[in-house]
Design a binder for this molecule. Sequence first.
Ligand SMILES: *Cc1c(COP(=O)(O)O)cnc(C)c1O
Length: 406
Amino acid sequence: MKTGTQHLYIPGPTNVPEAVRRAMVVPMQDHRAPDFGDLTLGLFADLKKVLGTKTGTVMMFPGSGTGCWEAAICNTLNPGDKVLMARHGQFSHLWVEMARKLGLDVELVDLAWGAGTPANEFARILGKDRDGAIKAVFVTHNETATGVTSDVAEVRRALDEAFHDALLFVDGVSSIGAIHFRMDEWGVDLAVTGSQKGFMLPPGLGMIGVSEKAMAAAREARMRRAFFDFAEMARMNETGYFPYTPPVPLLHGLRAALDRMLTEGLENVFARHRRLATGVRRAVAAWGMELCAEHPSLHSDTVSAIRVPQGVDAREVIRVAYDRFNCSFGAGLGPLNGKVFRIGHLGDLNEGMCLSAIAIAELALAAAGAQATFGAGVAAAQEIYAEPVARAVRPPLGIATPVAAE
Ligand SMILES: *Cc1c(COP(=O)(O)O)cnc(C)c1O
């Protein structure tokens, strides 16, 4: 019999706020009713604010982030197309695998797990591709397996400086809604995300931002698609409808989640993630442990992948946390299994929750045989959390732009 809070510190699904949970308890309604657009049209408009696009089209597909990976590919590319990808963690790895299964010719840059997207190497490859054989460049904005955030703007610069016309695909599943994402400014053509991470919802909904250039590519592309067809979805969405039954309770939850995000202010949401993440990183440093990310400039504000000391099994840390302390941490994926555990710090989270995560991690690390001074990480994070919060002015309901602190 477990009592008290079931602590959830994984990078998705994340904690669902009570108001969002309640908003999903609705009687079923007619998704062809004349007023269904009253709910859905506002969702599309507000999702565009979170993705940072005015000119793009946002669609929602029942499914998950992985579904929208597939939607992005099969709508805009042709079988056999050459695409440029990097592999530096489990999620970038899985996107490469999918691209190959769908018949793309992947030019792969293989990197250490902990590296970021290699913008310089991409620039070199794109510069050599004079006849434009490469049709798309893929970026995993936030590699959730390693806690690495890459610089999408740098990849856009590499494309522009090479005068290269390839589409820019970005996986923002564990970044969008939690850290800055500027689809228009970065010239992102396909921006993929899902409901269960920054959006604080249960799993079940994939969202995708599609640029005008990608919509044009979709009219020409010959890869087969049916369920994920952009044209039919976009046509129906214009008046607030869907080609098939959307997950209606999730849409009500999304309404409540977007209301919370826009009321807090997107700049404040991003600043909160930065602040909470900084506390967790200070705790890791106080333990004398290392993050998986190769360089501080790559540190993710939504998830930290923590390398356990030699001789300690990270699986044991996770097992003890779950069995004894009612707390879920993220596992090390693929080759990182047993070597890292991950603390997800995104979504509906505050200082107290992060301090709990750190305190429980100390207990679990000690039980797994790590040298851990109780309270060292907690105290280091408290130093960060003790600082007063500079609240950004509530931004106007437009695309998120940096605003001065009060
Ligand atoms: C979670 C995640 C995915 C997969 O999303 P699902 O919703 O589980 O299909 C893809 N990419 C990244 C970066 C993720 O964090």
